[in-house]
Structures are given as C-alpha cells and as structure tokens.
Write a protein that binds this ligand. Structure first.
Ligand SMILES: Cc1ncc(C[n+]2csc(CCOP(=O)(O)OP(=O)(O)O)c2C)c(N)n1
Ligand SMILES: [Mg+2]
Length: 398
C-alpha cells in the first residue's frame, strides 16, 4: 500500500491513531471573560447599594484630586514643575485604586498616577519630586508602600508581581495593585507580568486605565482585542470591564479583586474605561489628534458630576458639605503652591550619581557632554549679562 493509498483510508487506525489529548483548556474560559458592557453603579437601579459614607468619602477625594491636577498644571506654566501628566477626568480610577488598599499593601503607579499616591497619603509635594527634575523619588517607597512613579511604560508591572509573589512565599498578607495605561498593555513587560502572575497565582491586581490614547495614538491603532480586559483570559485570570468614571463601581470591582488576591485566588485584570480630559502632558497639543466634540461628550460623563448627582438625589449634597470639600481642596492647592515656590537646589549632574558603583564608559562620556553643555550655557548667560551691563544705547543687538 502506498502512502497515498494509506492517506485515503481514514479508517486505518494504526496509520491515523487518535491524537493524544494534548490540548484541553485547563480552566473553563467562560467565567474569566469580562462583561460585554462596562460595569456601572451610578445612574442604574443598583446605585442605592452604595453606602452614603463611601460616596461622601469618594466625593471629597475626587474634588481634592481635580484641584491638585489644576494646581500642578499651573505650576508647569510658572516654570515650577518640569512636566505634569494630568489625570483630570481619570480621578475616579486614581481615588478608587488608593482607597481599596490596606496600609500593608503596595501601590505600583505610573507617571500619571500622582493622585493615587496622594490619596494613599503621600505628601503632595513629595509626589512631584521626579516631575520637578530631581534624581530621586522624593519619598521612601518602603515607608509608604508606594513604588516610584514609573515613567518607562509597564516596567512597574513585573516589579509588582515579583513583590507580591515574594510576599506570598514569606507568608506576608500583602496585595499589590499595579496601574498601567492602555498603551502600556502593548509592552512586553505587560505580557511577562500577567503571565507570571497567573502561573504563580500572585496576589496582584492590574488596573488598566484605558483613556483612549497613548499620547496621540488611539487605542484602535495599537490593539485589535475586543477589549483590553479580554487579554486576561489568555493568561488564565479573570478580566473585568468597568466604567472608569464611576467611582463607586470601580471601588467595588477593585475591592473584590483585592479580596480575591488576598485569599489566594490569584490575580485579576481590571480595565477601566475613562478619558484624559487634558493633553498628554503640558508639552502636548491634544487638538492635533482629537476633536472638541469628543472631549465634550466625555465632559458629560464627568466622574465628579456623577457622584454629585447621586449625593444630591439622596439629599446629601448640602451647601455646608460642598463648601467644606471646596475649602479642603483650596487648602491643598495653596499648600502646594507655597511649597513649590521654594527653589530646590537641583544639580543636573546628580543624574549620574547612584546609577552604578563604577560608572560605565558611556555614562562617563554622557556626563562629560552634559558638563560641557552646562558650562557653555553658563558662559553664554554670563556674556549676555555682560552685554546688558555695557549696553547704554537701549537698542536690541542682532
Ligand atoms: C518603554 C517606553 N516606551 C515609550 C515611552 C514614551 N511614552 C511615554 S507616555 C507614552 C504613552 C503611554 O500611553 P498609555 O499607556 O495609554 O498611558 P497614558 O499616558 O494614556 O496614561 C509613551 C509611548 C515610555 N515612556 N516608555
Ligand atoms: Mg492611555
């Protein structure tokens, strides 16, 4: 019998044995799948189940957070802050992430998550240290259990997994919550972190703030996934899709994920659908890649207005409460202004300290280059001052 003849006889079981049971889904993927629609509480029949105490607490944090963002952005315009990635519009994610954690837990923020760190109790000025151009974090991460605000995309995620896994091995009751943007989910570190977290059943919660853009790149240009929460299923962990502007809904979903992680149930990926109301940072012009209509549409789904509406419906938004919350926010902003108006003694050359015990040759080269540039700048400034002092004509020089 020729090979072709054998192929033809599909009933020849010695030639076509049944395939080994190599592939079987280890778990039923259905329970891991996110809901088709983002989970919401405010504006639904279930809103009544949110405690009034929590609602009021969230409100206070949201208003303070928005005021903090506005003040920090103003400081960039005054040259007091090098750069600020505002989270205006995303305050619900920031506040909920901070409030669901216990003191012993860890927060792993990205560069946009200053508010989460402040809502967790970090000094509002210390939280801006890196963005001010200093070489260090400005606070002791171990003391506050807040990792440094991370600028390289997604690198905070494997760190969170490592810390959570180590804590579990040591028997410490610690959960890590790691924040990342929609753009960050396309990074290799995202994959590695989620894969390890699921295999080890590490007590981690991943919170993706899907604000629609990675700088100017809209989500559709960098992911074809049905939703970012769907990515969880491929790793073997549940994915949850939540309205990222609904603070109580996020608080509930994140609390459940934290509790699940704490009792040994493993990691969860939570995707919060939200929107960045300001530009990427003060160095970006958002009008070049999105329309005012789109921004206005999101203005109608504002996280603070949503909570205010629910408080009003319950008769809880008294003038007194509103004033008290506003005063608290103004006090925070005034403190930030005053303290940020003091000039820190920053030396750009400090960049090169503490990188390696023995600096590499490339680092030494870069150090020499920066030293030369700074010297040339200082010489230019000196010469300009000299010209100004000798200039009696009042005419501008070419
Ligand atoms: C590894 C790495 N690559 C590129 C960048 C440059 N970068 C800074 S922010 C950003 C967009 C990130 O978008 P997203 O993750 O959605 O977060 P968002 O800024 O929207 O909060 C990029 C590409 C970076 N910081 N790190
Ligand atoms: Mg984004």
């Amino acid at each position: 019998m020729t090979v072709l003849e054998q192929r033809g006889s599909s009933r020849n079981e010695s030639y076509w044995p049944a395939p080994p049971p190599a592939w079987r889904p280890r778990v039923d993927p259905a329970p891991l799948l996110p809901d088709a629609e983002p989970y919401r509480l405010l504006g639904t029949d279930a809103a009544g189940q949110v405690g009034s105490g929590l609602l009021t607490e969230l409100y206070g944090h949201l208003v303070r957070g928005r005021r903090y963002n506005a003040q920090a952005t103003a400081l960039t315009r005054q040259g007091r802050l090098a750069v600020y990635p505002s989270s205006t519009g995303q305050e619900a994610c920031q506040v909920a992430a901070a409030l669901v954690l216990e003191e012993r837990d860890w927060l792993f923020p990205s560069y946009r998550d200053t508010l989460a760190a402040v809502a967790r109790g970090l000094d509002p000025v210390a939280a801006l240290t890196l963005l001010r151009g200093d070489w260090h974090t400005g606070y002791d991460p171990r003391e506050h259990r807040i990792a440094p605000l991370c600028t390289p995309l997604a690198t905070q995620l494997p760190h969170a997994v490592g810390l959570a896994h180590a804590a579990r091995l040591k028997g410490d009751d610690v959960v890590a919550l790691a924040m990342v943007g929609d753009g960050g989910t396309s990074e290799g570190d995202f994959h590695e972190a989620l894969n390890f977290a699921a295999v080890w059943q590490a007590p981690v919660v991943f919170l993706v703030q899907n604000n629609g853009f990675a700088i100017s790149v809209p989500l559709a240009k960098q992911s074809a996934a049905p939703s970012l929460a769907h990515k969880a299923v491929g790793y073997g962990m549940p994915g949850r899709l939540v309205d990222g502007n609904d603070a109580p809904a996020l608080h509930e979903v994140l609390s459940e994920a934290v509790e699940r992680a704490r009792r040994g149930g493993g990691p969860t990926l939570v995707e919060a659908i939200t929107y960045r109301m300001e530009a990427h940072t003060n160095a970006d012009d958002a009008t070049r890649y999105r329309t005012d209509d789109e921004v206005d549409e999101w203005r109608g789904h504002d996280p603070i207005a949503l909570v205010e509406r629910e408080l009003s419906e319950r008769g809880l938004l008294s003038d007194e409460l509103a004033q008290q919350v506003r005063d608290g926010a103004e006090e925070l902003a005034a403190g930030l202004r005053d303290r940020m108006n003091q000039d820190p003694a920053l030396d750009p050359m400090d960049l090169f300290a503490h990188v390696y015990a023995e600096p590499t040759s490339q680092l030494r080269e870069q150090e020499a280059q920066l030293r030369a540039e700074l010297a040339a700048e200082a010489a230019d400034a000196g010469a300009a001052q000299g010209r100004g002092a000798n200039d009696t004509t009042g005419k501008e020089r070419p």
